[in-house]
Design a protein around this ligand. Structure first.
Ligand code: DX5
Ligand code: ZN
Length: 222
């Protein structure tokens, strides 16, 4: 199984994104956390910043929208040309229509669930999305501890995706480091967001490579 590492720039230096991007060239993509101060108790940046990031990045951008009213906003982010655009199930009044609008721009569509949202809530929506993001911390801040309850959700999703013959990526975000990535990979995740573990490393590219090889050697337990 292909294992992908996407560093989260929430842990990067916000006034030096261009040089920060150049320190993570070994990554498979860059995870971009958009927070509005309403859906989550924190704010980051908006559409204008994401547009510029897309212009300067040589890696695919994976936009994680922790915002209210994705029905309005998601298509605008997707339209900047980013690789993938993920909305939160809890914030969305019409996830299927929003996924269609995202996909129509050429961006992959993602659906994320917070720790208290069970997989059963989204199981009938899977075919409309290219990736599902399981939050393994309460969204809003980097540097929190991985919540082991995410593992059960990942393995339920893996069984669903495989039994429906879908190619949906299963992504996990929050508290991913060399120990927790092995657990998440054996539960069935294939795409890993890592903020503080990558950005606090002295050699970020070597940490990215170690995370990927640790995920690759974790034996799937499903
Ligand atoms: C949290 C964000 C994450 C965050 C992960 O709300 O969605 O992407 O940056 O940071 P770490 O890897 O430090 O938990
Ligand atoms: Zn995120």
């Amino acid at each position: 199984m292909t294992m992908r590492i996407q560093p989260s720039i929430l842990s990067a230096d916000f006034v030096n994104f261009e040089s920060e991007f150049s320190t993570i060239s070994a990554a498979d993509g860059i995870h971009v956390d958009v927070m509005d101060g309403h859906f989550v108790p924190n704010m980051t940046f908006g559409l204008g910043m994401v547009k510029r990031m897309q212009e300067i990045s040589s890696l695919p951008l994976d936009v994680h929208l922790m915002i209210e009213n994705p029905e309005h906003w998601a298509v605008l982010y997707a339209g900047t040309g980013v690789f993938s655009t993920t909305i939160h199930f809890e914030a969305s009044s019409d996830p299927v229509a929003t996924a269609k609008a995202i996909r129509a721009t050429g961006s992959r569509a993602g659906l994320s669930i917070k720790p208290n949202t069970p997989v059963s809530e989204i199981k009938d929506l899977l075919e409309h999305f290219d990736q599902v993001l399981v939050m393994s911390v309460e969204p809003g801040f980097g540097g929190q501890a991985f919540m082991p309850a995410a593992l059960e959700k990942i393995s339920t999703l893996r069984k669903l995706v495989d039994s429906k013959n879908l190619s949906t990526w299963i992504q996990v975000d929050g508290g991913i480091d060399l120990a927790t990535i092995a657990l998440a990979a054996s539960a069935g995740a294939d795409t890993f967001v890592a903020g503080s573990s990558v950005f606090n490393s002295a050699d970020r590219n070597s940490m990215i490579d170690q995370l990927r090889s640790t995920a690759q050697s974790a034996v799937p337990s499903f």
